[in-house]
Write a protein that binds this ligand. Sequence first.
Ligand code: DON
Length: 305
Amino acid sequence: MMNYQGILTQIHQELSESRPSGTVAAYIPELAGVSPQKLGVHLTTTSGENFAAGDSEEPFSIQSITKVLMLARALISTGRALWERVRVEPSGDPFNSLVQLEYEGGIPRNPFINAGALVVSDVLLDQLANPKEDYLEFVRRISGHHGIGYQESVAASEWAHAHRNRAMVNLMKAFGNIRHDVEAVLDFYVHACAINMSCRELARAFAVLANGGRALGSSDQVLSLRRTKRVNALMQTCGLYDEAGEFAFRVGLPGKSGVGGGVAAVHPGLYGVAVWSPPLNEKGNSAAGIAALERLTDLTGASIF
Ligand code: DON
């Protein structure tokens, strides 16, 4: 049995002594006040064992990590039709870029850039009877934690500064790829991003993706094996935007970042893991989060490669 606890303790200690530099996201003002010192890591194995270090129990804004769970939820009810409205190729551009959308006819490159997640939001508004309540219920089910909720102050803060995202929804609506009211799509999206979860809760949700889509310790098949494969493949190729190649090169696991400083990753068959450190690198991904996961696959000697 791998000594995950020893490895996480070592990673936490190394990063406490010296951390790659970065800047806490400020374009959503409510996120700017989070302490840059926070550092947590939690690993949940597919057999349900837990290992942790640092601020692993403290909830933070999951931001774009939500896009993985939104995609999973949308795939349950939509299947193939979704891929006519959003593609599955890496964009090579920043998460909030608008440039490809114009010359690619309003079809986003993938579901993890903002444009793609906004299309998935539009799809979920069709699928879910009570979109915000039902989506939250799904997040609670996949993570096995029932106290998870929205942080309204973060949703409101993003809403008031969502000029780029609003531009994207409008552009896609002009192309016929958004069915609902622009403000309704944005309202759902900013709420989905404003879910608060701890590393512990995220690691458990991502352990389901490591477990072929089955909830831990139960027979609940949350997501089919085939859809789980696809969600993981998209994380591998698109989860860190224009840093997805570097993340594969350094870490070697499918993963997803968020501007709240979280990074969650999956080692299929073995574990889900989440790291939280708010300062972001120039690509908008947690600098220490990536460093921690790189150390994890180095020290365990195991990645998907
Ligand atoms: O739409 C936004 O800009 C944010 N709600 C989420 C962006 C994000 O987390 C990008 N990830 N690194």
